[in-house]
Design a protein around this ligand. Sequence first.
Ligand SMILES: Nc1ncnc2c1ncn2[C@@H]1O[C@H](COP(=O)(O)OP(=O)(O)OP(=O)(O)O)[C@@H](O)[C@H]1O
Length: 712
Amino acid sequence: MSETGTPPRPALDPYEEEKEHLQRVLDLIRAALESGPRMPVRDEDDEDADEALTADVVADVAVAEMAEERRHQLRRALRDPYFGRIDFQPEGEALQKLYIGKQGIDHPSTGERVVLDWRAPAASVFYSFTGQGDEARYEAPGGEVRGTVSLKRNIVVREGDLVRVVDSYVKGQTQAGNVDEFLLYRLADSKDSRLHDIVATIQAEQNEVIRADKNVPILIQGVAGSGKTTVALHRLAYLLYQHPEKLRADKMVIFAPSAMFVDYISEVLPELGVGDVQQTTFAAFALRVLDHVVLLPDPAKRLRERFALRASQEYESMRREIELKGRVETLEALQAFLQDMEKKMVPQGDVPSPVGPPISAETIARWFHVEYARYPVRQRRDRVVARAKRQWEMQAKDAGKVEKSIKREIAAAAREFERAWPDLEPLPIYESFLRHHPGLSLRSIQRPAKYGARPLVEPEDLPLLLAIHQWLHGVDARDVFHHVVIDEAQDFSPAHIRVLQAYCPSLSFTILGDLSQSIHSEAGFRDWDEVRALFPGGSRYVEMSVSYRSTYEIVSFANRILEPFKPEVLARPVFRSGDPVVVEPVSWEGRFDALLERLSAESRGATTVAVLTRTEEDAHVYHQMCLESGLDAHLLTASQTHYEGGISIVPVYLAKGLEFDSVILVDADESHYRADPRDAKLLYVGCTRALHRLRLLYCDRPSPLIEWAVSD
Ligand SMILES: Nc1ncnc2c1ncn2[C@@H]1O[C@H](COP(=O)(O)OP(=O)(O)OP(=O)(O)O)[C@@H](O)[C@H]1O
């Protein structure tokens, strides 16, 4: 009996306790929605409304818009207000029961924090605490906070109903080892056609990357499925929350490998409540900055050559040039070439004036090299020409020559003077560099015979063309980023990264990649030291070695494919066991029927299934076969901008970055996958796309890469 005479309340079981708490929080959210300003409704017929928008009204509307955004967040929170709870007792303070959600929620009348935003400093404990001892700490603006944890709980709420409560740590109770039961439950889910947020299950190593200092470039080597893409997107959301005064979403960019990949990841940031971050490919960015003065050929052609079963002669001889163009040394040689050009750029001799004495060569050189030295080259030339023209106009005025013919003469003389300068367009300058630089040639550039048609260049030409553009025009303030994320960075050359640095002077970079997946090895960097060397002021290098995507069986199988080639880091699987990997012989004549049979079985139990082929031609053949059999399958090609989910037929090299519940890799024989590093990487990429089930079909003899993996 308590002192007041009411009996003490028996401890509720966790589910009942959370059900009661959820009800209270939902009531608070509803109360918050009831109160607060609303967006004024504008009368569509009120023609004077625009004029009535005085400064005060505009300010009111801005406030009301913010309030409306907040109401939108609260409505979302009604469906799923939080996903976790951590009971944390800071040293010398009372115990705090912290509920963590996608956004912070305050009590509508007391202002007290009811739900903590996942990005808040204290929420970090929820992610960094792994149950090894009860001590925990986090960095707060006022310094480090230390304390102890007595409970870590995962809570699933769907559409306002409590669905699941899982305790991963209870002080004083024996813990279930290192296996995070809730994580495994989440990983076992089927996946749709989009990547999703992981706020509820961010792991300690991922949390460190997400919260890493924005001012230190961070370089992340992460195995397939370690969550690199996902973590990068969460990091953007975190940085925006943490530095609202310094960072703007529309000034952050994520460089992804293809337009289809951009589509695939497009939902994560909105799920995290972040809009406006630029998501693009390097090629699309470069072409826009270059004002589309050049075009790229059909990307499929290059990929067909690159991944042909027999290396094409033409591609092999291009290969050396592709490598060379990606080197920093080549970029530096280009910069030296430009400097030299700059020194010799001013036309020789005095410039004759149509109305008076010539302007001396020394004066022109002084204007260009000294007085306008702070401007980019193209502006300097334009300023010099404009100044000469102004000088002639003054001379004419002083001499009383005002007739139209004089003006025409001056304009013609200015044009003549401009023609005396070298052609200041990126492509002719680049061509001249290619002619001079040992080992490079003009073969990547196609100038169509048709008048007015734009020249074609290859992707590896773009960093060098951008460097020339920077020299000519400088960097436009509109192209300056506050933070740059490079995903699938193993396909970026050092020249790509170096040239991008000019667009992000703060060098706030997150660079993520996996050298085991560098199937475009001639185009990308060779090792992480090369990337580190690009940031002499310092950078942080992190390895993420746990693969969350695939089952234990799939990760182990994929590792064995790579092992003979001695990769630097092998993936460690999360202990999520599933079906064994199936390696199945099929007859040449029966291979389509076999695939159809497996496909229809797979698509019953999975949301996304991929048939991975070795070449694009094969993908067309298998796709046609599926259509003829009435199967609704999508062919994914290099020009694709959208990923549908369902059954996809994909050349293996285009599947990079994507994932599927089930993967059937066809033609896994020795003629399609040879025992060399490139084919091993292709096969590895293919196998690591599977979340739950992986099946390899082959005719005749299996690829030696598979024989090794099976026999081990
Ligand atoms: N902490 C986590 N909790 C739940 N799911 C996770 C977690 N980390 C990663 N995943 C899941 O693992 C899968 C792989 O993530 P992601 O695609 O970001 O990895 P990646 O390292 O970029 O892979 P790859 O290099 O193979 O493209 C995704 O389905 C993602 O949701």
